[in-house]
Design a protein around this ligand. Structure first.
Ligand code: ATP
Length: 450
């Protein structure tokens, strides 16, 4: 569990998200409250439920990004779900409980990776041993029941030492060897009939147990073999039951569910009740309520209590208001934060100032082909202005517009990077105007191209 203070959390989020201080503060407090709750003694601890958050703001201004980065900081299992998914016409089958089931799957993968990292060094040693056994069948270390004489074994172990050194130095990387590797587990998903999720889960777990543990002989280079065998050895060292129970616990104590488009399942202001859509939207709210209030869901890995999962709902609320949600659900999202629309200046910062900004990404990509991209300040400004004005004139998709703008701008350089190798490509306002000016001027063109 993260022990960061709210100020530390906000400063971490600042590295990736421009502005939106109110939302950052709200999620930072929510995360800190989880830690605080853990410090409270039982039975009071059980009584403290998360203060779920509702983020209100237009599309593409960083709502999902804030939640996702928060989850990453806290190493928390995270899932994003569109609430409208459950209202789609003809949508039968997967119920809202599947949100929790999917979250547990995500948590399992995450927990497994964390646990694998812990045993990695030990697993690497074992993998090396297995490769040395293949490379030097006669120099196997003297083990239980071995008949080798002591002089033979001394000689063998010296050779083994030499080979181990060469292996570690990468000298044997390209040598081909043949080895037995475990077949991966069957990766199929089983769709069950609607309303029979529990039975489907049982069938899935029956199949999940098939196929594992079988071996097949494969040829590969030592370098790849080391990787495959390290994974195999690491996974042998893990206790599956322990991993499962940790994964479930992680969901219960740390899980974050991001419910997007919550506004679209609210009643539309002004719409007279009784329509089919209305019924279905209210139905989804009623279905979601127990999850948010706290219930127990049966999953493949055991029962999961949702009481302490943090829910972050998000929506633009253009056509409806939070007060159009059913009262019980409103009460479960007591923290409301509004996110601001992004300005030209924000766009400029998003392009250059974040840790993994778009500009840095493109510079790194093209540097691999010895092309140096240099962005002048006026070039950045012009890109931001174009993105902003296209958003205003066509559809406002927020910072997502920057992706299409920069992609189009660098289309030619990206395509012919080979011709620019060793050169500096300077992107200034004139360059941007020349590449994008015509498109940005024409509403029709920008609709299709940007
Ligand atoms: N304030 C911001 N700072 C940095 N990057 C941002 C910001 N706002 C948006 N972005 C970038 O734009 C993209 C879209 O943002 P995000 O997914 O957070 O949108 P959203 O507000 O959740 O909208 P929607 O509700 O439509 O999903 C992301 O890749 C994100 O990195």
């Amino acid at each position: 569990m993260s022990t960061m203070t709210p100020a530390e959390i906000v400063s971490e989020l600042d590295k990736f998200i421009i502005g939106q201080q109110k939302a950052k503060k709200a999620v930072a407090v929510a995360l800190r409250n989880r830690w605080r709750r853990q410090q409270v003694a039982e039975p009071l601890r059980q009584e403290i439920t998360p203060k779920n958050i509702m983020m209100i703001g237009p599309t593409g201004v960083g709502k999902t990004e804030i939640a996702r980065r928060l989850a990453k900081l806290a190493d928390a299992p995270f899932i994003k779900i569109e609430a409208t998914k459950f209202t789609e016409v003809g949508y039968v089958g997967r119920d809202v409980d599947s949100i929790v089931r999917d979250l547990v799957e995500i948590s399992l993968k995450q927990t497994r990776e964390t646990e694998m990292r812990k045993v990695r060094t030990q697993a690497q040693d074992q993998a090396e041993d297995r490769i040395l056994d293949i490379l030097l069948p006669s120099a196997r270390p003297v083990g239980f029941g071995s008949q080798a004489s002591s002089s033979e074994s001394a000689e063998g172990s010296a050779t083994r030492q030499t080979f181990r050194k060469r292996l570690r130095e990468g000298q044997l990387d390209d040598k081909e060897i043949e080895l037995d590797v475990e077949l991966p587990q069957l990766g199929m998903d089983i769709m069950g009939p609607p309303g029979m999720e529990d039975m489907t889960e049982q069938i899935r777990s029956m199949f999940a147990n098939l196929g594992g543990g079988k071996k097949t002989r494969r040829k590969m280079k030592v370098k790849e073999a080391l990787k495959v065998l390290t994974d195999e050895e690491a996974s042998k060292m893990l206790n599956d039951e322990e991993v499962k129970s940790k994964a479930v616990q992680n969901v219960e104590q740390n899980g974050i569910v991001f419910l997007d488009e919550i506004d679209k399942i609210a009643s539309r202001s002004g719409e007279l009740g009784g329509g089919g859509g209305e019924v279905s939207r209210q139905g989804v709210q009623r279905d979601l309520l127990p999850l948010v209030e706290g219930t127990t869901i049966n999953t493949r890995y055991g029962m999961v209590k949702t009481d302490h999962i943090l829910f972050i709902a998000s929506g633009a609320f253009h056509l409806s208001k939070p007060s159009d949600l059913i009262p019980e659900l409103q009460g479960r999202f007591p923290i409301r934060v509004e996110l601001d629309s992004l300005s030209v200046q924000d766009f400029e910062s998003i392009l250059v100032a974040t840790d993994a900004s778009l500009v840095k990404q493109y510079q790194a990509l093209l540097a691999t082909e010895s092309v140096e991209l240099e962005f002048a300040d006026d070039g950045i400004r012009r890109m931001a202005e174009i993105a902003y004005s296209v958003n205003e004139r066509t559809e406002n998709i927020g910072a997502r517009r920057l992706y299409t703008v920069i992609e189009k701008l660098l289309e030619d350089v990206s395509f012919a990077a080979g011709n620019h190798a060793g050169k500096v490509v300077r992107i200034d306002a004139a360059y941007v105007d020349q590449a994008l000016g015509d498109i940005a001027q024409s509403e029709d063109l920008s609709r299709y191209v940007l």
